[in-house]
Design a protein around this ligand. Structure first.
Ligand code: 5CA
Ligand code: ZN
Length: 386
């Protein structure tokens, strides 16, 4: 059994191509595991209450619940149309208030957390001294870089009274006009990193095999999710962390806050075959940063057409054999090569190039190859008897 936790969306402005690229990378890993015969348990969260979501709801004069619900549904539909295998547990933070508060309470009891004007912070130095985690273990960054990233990514290093400027918020006591939940800690809502720590521990065996997300989550999010988990459980959160590169658009990281986003749902609504979107993304290597362009999509549309033309020319002998027995494994070399390419750091671009090359030889398609393209790349090609 392998366990994977992938950080989910904060449900507003979903689903842009950057999000899709991240979830497709982990979908590829899961498909590889399934193809290899592993049992997989996959958990993802939804950060359905957090400052940026509340700010967006206030800006647009909508109820934050409605915004979160509508955007979560949109995300699920987008993932389905892209052929992403859904998580076994898709857990919203708002479903986990009591276990999160209980976890924070236990850190307070052990003095690994402290109160500051009613809010609760994680004591990074105490956790480093008393658990199998030390600040920097996951991100390997120097303090100056951590301080800069903390300020940029939702931390508050400037707040006076903290034991260490990097200490992250665990619990935010209720403020007027903000949603709050009444728990053992009193009324409030959680900080960011504790949600992934508690959800991962609740639904997966710790350490998980892989904790995944975009590389913008390396610090502070993965660092402190790891720290919280080690302090709570005495165990590392993950055997390994995998991070996807950032997708940019018009020269900058595609992001909700910058507004330079391209939505999967807009393409689908305009009639683009979602398999072409998937193919455009898989033609990039997940680990690298890359830029979305209309040309990438156009290339994927024509590649999909080539692949489908090839698939419909499936040889009649292969189809005939299907009527009496399960699909014959009749082209081991290409299927093995695709599998090997993906096993090599999820090199979907290499796998795609192998399929292009096979088609270029003029050899007819085989059921085994078409099945492998479906299983490993998540692209279901239509074929018919000829
Ligand atoms: N809810 C948190 C994680 S607990 C969050 O980061 N939400 S998010 O909506 O901002 O991002 C969702 C996922 O998409 C994260 O894994 C993030 O790293 C990834 N992501 C966001 N923007 C991009 C981008 N431009 N390129 C690639 N991945 C991205
Ligand atoms: Zn997360």
């Amino acid at each position: 059994m392998v366990g994977i936790y992938v950080c989910g969306i904060t449900p507003y402005d979903a689903t842009h191509i950057g999000h899709a690229a991240t979830y497709l990378a982990f979908d590829t890993l899961i498909r590889l595991w399934l193809d290899g015969g592993f049992q997989v348990r996959y958990v993802q969260n939804s950060t359905d209450v957090d400052d940026p979501l509340l700010e967006r709801a206030a800006r647009d004069h909508v109820d934050w619940h409605d915004l979160a619900r509508e955007q979560t549904n949109l995300f699920r539909c987008d993932m389905e149309s892209l052929g992403v295998i859904p998580p076994d547990h898709y857990i919203a933070v708002t479903e986990m208030m009591d276990p999160i508060a209980a976890a924070v309470d236990s850190l307070l009891e052990r003095d690994i957390a402290y109160r500051l004007d009613g809010d609760v912070y994680f004591d990074s130095a105490r956790a480093s001294a008393t658990s199998p985690w030390t600040l920097g273990d996951e991100s390997h960054l120097d303090v100056a870089t951590m301080l800069a990233l903390s300020a940029e990514r939702g931390g508050d290093p400037e707040r006076p009274g903290k034991r260490d400027p990097l200490d992250p918020l665990l619990w935010r006591t209720a403020r007027d006009g903000e949603p709050s939940w009444t728990t053992v800690l009193g009324a409030g809502r959680p900080g960011w990193h504790i949600e992934c720590s508690v959800i991962a521990q609740a639904f997966l065996d710790i350490p998980v095999t892989v904790k995944g997300g975009g590389r913008d989550l390396i610090f502070p999010h993965h660092e402190f999710s790891a720290g919280h988990t080690a302090a709570l459980s005495g165990k590392p959160l993950a055997e390994l962390y995998a991070h996807t590169g950032m997708v940019s658009y018009r020269g900058e990281k595609m992001s909700k806050s910058l507004g330079n986003i391209v939505l999967v749902s807009d393409f689908v609504a305009a009639g683009t075959d979602p398999r072409a979107i998937r193919l455009a993304i898989l033609a990039q290597h997940y680990r690298h940063d890359w830029e979305w362009t209309d040309q990438l999509l156009a290339a994927a549309v024509s590649r999909l057409a080539r692949w489908e033309n090839w698939a419909v020319r499936l040889s009649s002998t292969t189809m005939a054999s299907m009527t009496v027995s399960p699909p014959a494994v009749d082209s081991p070399s290409i299927v093995d090569a695709i599998r090997k390419a993906i096993a090599n750091d999820l090199s979907t671009p290499h796998a795609i190039a192998l399929i292009d090359a096979a088609i270029a030889t003029g050899e007819p398609a085989t059921v085994a190859t078409i099945d492998a393209i479906d299983a490993l790349l998540g692209i279901r090609l239509r074929y018919r008897r000829v």
